[in-house]
Design a binder for this molecule. Sequence first.
Ligand code: GLC
Length: 446
Amino acid sequence: MNKIFITIILFPLLLHAQVEEKQDSIVHEQKMQWFNDAKLGIFIHWGIYAVNGISESWSFYNSYITHEDYMKQLDGFTAKNYDPDYWAKLIKESGAKYSVITSKHHDGFALWDTKYGELNALNQSAAKKDVLTPFVEALRKNDLKVGIYFSHPDWSYKDYTDFTREIKRYKIADDPKRWNKFLNYYQGQLKELSKKYKPDLWWFDGDWEHNKEEWEIDKVRDFLSKDNPNTIFNSRMRGKGDYGTPEQGLPVLRPLDKYWELCMTINESWGYQSSDNHYKTSQQIIDIFVDCISKGGNLLLDIAPKADGTIPKEQEQVLKDLGRWTKKHGEAIYSAQAGIPYEYYYGPTALSKDSTMLYVFVRDIPKDGKVALRGIKNKINRIYVVGNGAMLEHDVFSKVYWSEYPGLLYIDLPKQAIDENYTVIAIMLDGKIDLYDKRHGAIENN
Ligand code: GLC
């Protein structure tokens, strides 16, 4: 290649592309800021499936019940004790910063008074009203971010391809006109939701049924972003999202996505099922939450209101227990970032944004009252218990003058400072965390 071509044309072009990429990533980072800091969100699966207490949408798709019988649940969806302000207050109390609600699950039942189709809470359910708008308003009133769950597939819609696992209505290639009818309906609903609620976050689901081109994902993302430029998308958009969406399984290894959110049920079901008593305890939920924090992610914990709008007692209790813990430990939760590798502390940790504070999460009562860390090279300015204020003593062992090996750090944790779920120790460092990373320390002097 000719030198002049490289210096005059190619180099400035590459530079320009690099600058643009950098700007894009800064804009993206700004957009993701609130999400990154939020750490806890509450997911709500509310729909007609709560009436019989059967699995949301899947129960008819998998033919455990006929579609006709499934739809009979519309008559039992009364929402008669529905108190959206109470829902929002409870969510706020839990320490969550956002909530995501199922505006429409795969069964096609819309919670709002959509102009597209009849299958919605106002027209066809016993509630006879739009139940989504008051909740969105209550979230806003409580300064919580609004997330809208929306299922790409709509198995009840007559012009959608799939009806049940066995019954497919048609193939797109055989009837593109029919598919277009569906696209108008599906995108019409999305535009409606977007204009009406200006969601801070879109939580899509069910993208597996069609490819990116068939859903017209790029177009959808474009018009939704045009309405609300800062809106965030989960990843169920055929890879076109802003963050990773692991489901149920708490990541064992730290996910590679810069932003991620674990969505998880409170028992085993997304929607309300009276027979499902396999609840995780508040302790277990806090365990999982702490793990998400330490691995740099969010927890989106699902609750499942009954058809009359009441939140089951067990679920209410978990939110309150979470609230007690989050209120006390806010410093180590919101705005924290992923912690240090487990080799340095055998448990979860988090770092402040500027990496000068190390938060150490202690689940159990240490047998000898000491919490051990290793490989921290910084000078320690202060150690205290978050939300309790007690200053803690520490000691360093195995530090020899001839090696930069920083020794073993033992922090005294008195019993009276221990939290009933998770104690958090804050270690104030003299600067950004500096970890010892040599494989071994051979003798250099004596
Ligand atoms: C799955 C299921 C759905 C549930 C969702 C929540 O994709 O299809 O029933 O609502 O996960 O993450």
